[in-house]
Design a protein around this ligand. Structure first.
Ligand SMILES: CC(C)(COP(=O)(O)OP(=O)(O)OC[C@H]1O[C@@H](n2cnc3c(N)ncnc32)[C@H](O)[C@@H]1OP(=O)(O)O)[C@@H](O)C(=O)NCCC(=O)NCCS
Length: 280
């Protein structure tokens, strides 16, 4: 049976997930071109990094966010400004109903952008009514290390499910949990104000995942949808306000910052079932 895909009548996809590769900035011209997209404060922050690879990660991630925002709303990349909430989550200005969240590892930068029309939102909506998103990316090579950190960051329910798996499957589950938890606190934008062990991602049959929260946590678990995927030896988790319904497109900016390529075909479902969850 064909999967059902909501279509945004305006032709603006609900969500765009973007990839970029900090290694592209080993070319000084590419690094300079990315820096030219940033504002003064971002360029100053980039200049303060001691190691080139950290500077490249930062430049790539911040240039990608501006490119991705400009793809969703007609404003040149250099002209975006950000308002930052009390916990550090940026929202783009001018207010256009677009929301984004970014994450990076040494080799991969990602950015998830939601567009207003797809969520039924409009410019007249107050900012707090605009649907939020959160993303996280981690290199698969970190999975064993995350198993060792599990007791410090995972809830009782998550640890119980992790322990019930065969040992060979635990790193895979652990990196899924880590990225989901991180993407969730980033979607909510409250950082570690939300204790990591006060909420649980519970894996059910048919590779479905659901959120459970401790009593006292101010949350309606049905508010969010959760997605896991792999790209370029990384695990990615996306947490998306359930109000966002419409097409997901996956794009790549490679080489940065000029070549933009769509990776998904029109009409593809949001995500294939993450078969890797069942594999060691
Ligand atoms: C601050 C935080 C966003 C950390 O992010 P991180 O893993 O270091 O970095 P990421 O690459 O995923 O994301 C950073 C980006 O998220 C955005 N961000 C910053 N604060 C944010 C917040 N409160 N909410 C959402 N997004 C935020 C910014 O765009 C930031 O980019 P910048 O630092 O270059 O400006 C926060 O989630 C945190 O401290 N998490 C705790 C880490 C932890 O213990 N994780 C265990 C998971 S089980």
């Amino acid at each position: 049976m064909e999967p059902e895909i909501d279509r945004n009548p305006a032709g603006n996809p609900a969500l765009r997930l973007w990839y970029a590769y900090p290694g592209d900035l080993a070319d000084p011209a590419a690094a300079e071109a990315c820096a030219a997209l940033l504002n003064e404060a971002e360029r100053a922050r980039a200049a303060r990094f001691h190691f080139d690879r950290h500077r490249r990660e930062y430049l790539a991630t911040h240039a990608l966010a501006r490119i991705a925002l400009s793809h969703a709303h007609p404003l040149p990349p250099q002209e975006w400004r950000y308002s930052v909430n009390a916990y550090g989550k940026p929202s783009p200005l001018p207010e256009s109903g677009v929301r984004f969240n970014q994450s990076n590892s040494t080799e991969l930068a990602i950015c998830l952008v939601s567009s207003p029309s797809a969520a039924g939102a409009s410019r007249s909506l107050p900012p707090e009514a605009v649907p939020e998103v959160g993303v996280d990316v981690e290199a698969l090579s970190r999975a064993e290390e995350i198993v060792r950190l599990a007791p410090d960051v995972f809830s009782g329910a998550e640890l119980k499910q992790l322990d019930e798996l065969p040992a060979v499957s635990r790193p895979n589950r652990a990196i899924s949990l880590w990225t989901l938890k991180e993407a969730y606190i980033k979607a909510r934008g409250v950082g570690l104000l939300l204790p990591l062990r006060a909420f649980s991602f519970v894996f059910g049959d048919a590779q479905k995942v659901r959120l459970e929260v401790e009593p006292g946590v101010d949350e309606d678990p049905d508010r969010w949808r959760f997605f896991l995927l792999n790209h370029a030896s990384h695990r990615i988790a996306m947490v998306v306000d359930a109000a966002v319904s419409g097409e997901l497109q996956v794009w790549e900016a490679h080489p940065l910052p000029t070549v933009l390529k769509r990776l998904t075909n029109p009409g593809e479902p949001w995500f294939p079932v993450p078969a890797f969850e069942n594999r060691p």
